[in-house]
Design a protein around this ligand. Sequence first.
Ligand SMILES: NC(=O)C1=CN([C@@H]2O[C@H](COP(=O)(O)OP(=O)(O)OC[C@H]3O[C@@H](n4cnc5c(N)ncnc54)[C@H](O)[C@@H]3O)[C@@H](O)[C@H]2O)C=CC1
Ligand SMILES: CC(=O)C(=O)O
Ligand SMILES: [Mg+2]
Length: 379
Amino acid sequence: MLIGVPKEIKNHEYRIGLTPAGVKELVSHGHQVMVQSNGGEAIGFDNNQYVAAGAEIVSEAPEIFARADMIIKVKEPQPNECRMLRQSQTVFTYLHLAPDPEQARLLLESGATCIAYETVTSNGRGLPLLAPMSEVAGRMSVQAGAHNLEKAQGGNGMLLGGVPGVEPAKVLVIGGGVVGINAARMAMGLGADVTLLDRSLDRLKELDMIFGGRLKTVYSTEDAIERHALEADLVVGAVLIPGAAAPKLITRELVSRMKKGAVMVDVAIDQGGCFETSRATTHQEPTYVVDGVVHYCVANMPGGVARSSTMALTNATLPYALALADKGVDVALADDEHLRNGLNVHAGMVTYEAVADALGYDYVSAMDALARAALQQTA
Ligand SMILES: NC(=O)C1=CN([C@@H]2O[C@H](COP(=O)(O)OP(=O)(O)OC[C@H]3O[C@@H](n4cnc5c(N)ncnc54)[C@H](O)[C@@H]3O)[C@@H](O)[C@H]2O)C=CC1
Ligand SMILES: CC(=O)C(=O)O
Ligand SMILES: [Mg+2]
């Protein structure tokens, strides 16, 4: 298979779809890989390393999109990238379609096969291709929170861990999945007073077993969210209903009653955000203030630590990329229910139910869509 890896074009996005080690593995399986020139330069993966791994260096993205059977990326295709996709071509990347009607429309129009990292599943609980970036973003959320609590950033001047004789800051983490546990671990590591809310009692039990009394676990209700948000210096939004738009758990009215200079980090912003006052921001301008509360809503947080993130992402995606390339996309999808759960759009059909529901499209199951498209091709 001919695989193409374009340079990412989102604001301050320095990750790249494959490390040189990932390229080498695909090449050793008999595939060809094109990498856009300087696509990994900013994070220490230069053209020479990609060439040594067996890649062809291509100077412009349009050539990669024109020639590749499968595009491997990091971030959702931007509008001009969507317009370069075509029927019988596969794109394997984060999509986050539920809150993004324009991208959905363009992907449907392209006719391409669009597999979203964030909805691929595994035998255990969890989302194996979202997890590595959630680990990164969860850890970063506390760094971002600590930084923005500083007065010069608009924060209320609380040090997360306090000092002897001075109480620590109160951190509220809403959602105790991968982002949440990583945020909680970092915040506790810095000595903060951490409360975590989740709707899954099983998950709260697990977290209690891991952290004991150091972490306060509370069942997530409107009442609990309100009580703890009013006391918090830092709130981390870390909920997910897979594939769906994030539920708005903190209302504008509640924000207006929070402490002035509190910080809210909405990690769930890529699914639309879980605070009513959230709107996506960039690494260039990561924060804004509503009613005295600092909001940090960067939709590609791991892009800020792009070298670590790229290695973590390729570690997770490579086995799936190899399966798609070795077997061919249709067979790989038909063979593996978990990979098939990643299929969001195929040949002009929406194949992920939560996305269809969120955006008002008809839902066609992935198996039906694959069969229909195959029939059309042979007709
Ligand atoms: N902004 C960024 O750069 C990044 C954003 N993310 C996003 O972070 C979000 C969380 O991801 P993960 O932790 O991997 O998901 P996860 O599935 O591991 O955890 C989500 C948790 O939210 C809980 N939850 C659902 N509804 C809730 C409610 N009403 N109250 C409290 N808890 C609730 C679930 O029970 C689950 O434990 C996702 O939207 C993901 O896309 C992930 C990585 C990077
Ligand atoms: C998960 C995601 O959207 C990111 O890593 O940017
Ligand atoms: Mg994102």
